[in-house]
Design a protein around this ligand. Structure first.
Ligand code: 4NP
Length: 175
């Protein structure tokens, strides 16, 4: 397995693909996709970085994000437009960076290939100790859970962009 993250020379002028992965692809990863797309656009990098999402399970294929997540995200100015799809083994080759929302998703992705894929990360790796290891699944909980997910994603996405900018040899704006 090629470690795309360390392949900086090849990445210098190419498109970088990042994919967020949760279980159903209707709550956490579509929100991560929407927030990250905004962060990328605000940095003027939408031509260089493609943001996508998927779920390890296929329960909700084709559906829009959960209406509770659409509403919570809209209150913060994010318009979530994705359709759910299932994570496919081929994404391990095609994406430069794959970010799992929780440790179950992480293990599920790793299980799809032989050996360790170093470009598969856990979202919380980009955050400090004050955040939990997993972006908690809000599906069976109340509204607070959706707000918490958005807080966590909002804190992590700028850090992810910084790492990608370093990989691409682009200047990183001071925070
Ligand atoms: P997500 O949330 O993984 O953040 O999209 C869930 C969505 C649906 C289910 C579980 C989690 N479900 O069991 O249907």
């Amino acid at each position: 397995m090629t470690n795309f993250l360390n392949n900086s020379e090849k990445l210098a002028h190419s498109i970088f693909k990042v994919q967020f992965v949760c279980l159903g692809n209707i709550c956490r990863s579509p929100a991560a996709q929407g927030i990250m797309a905004r962060v990328v656009r605000d940095a003027g990098l939408e031509e260089r970085i493609i943001v996508d999402s998927s779920g390890t399970a296929g329960y909700h294929i084709g559906k829009h994000p959960d209406r509770r997540m659409i509403a919570a995200a809209a209150r913060r100015g994010y318009d979530l437009q994705s359709h759910a799809k299932q994570f496919d083994r081929s994404f391990l080759r095609d994406r430069n960076l794959i970010i799992a929302m929780d440790r179950d998703n992480f293990r599920e992705i790793q299980r799809l290939q032989a050996g360790v894929a170093p470009h598969v990360k856990l979202f919380s790796e980009y955050l400090g100790e004050e955040w939990p290891n997993d972006v908690p699944d809000p599906y069976y909980g109340g509204e607070d859970g959706f707000e918490y997910v958005l807080d966590m994603l909002g804190a992590g996405c700028p850090k992810i962009l910084e790492q990608i900018q370093i990989e691409l040899g682009l200047p990183v704006e001071p925070a």
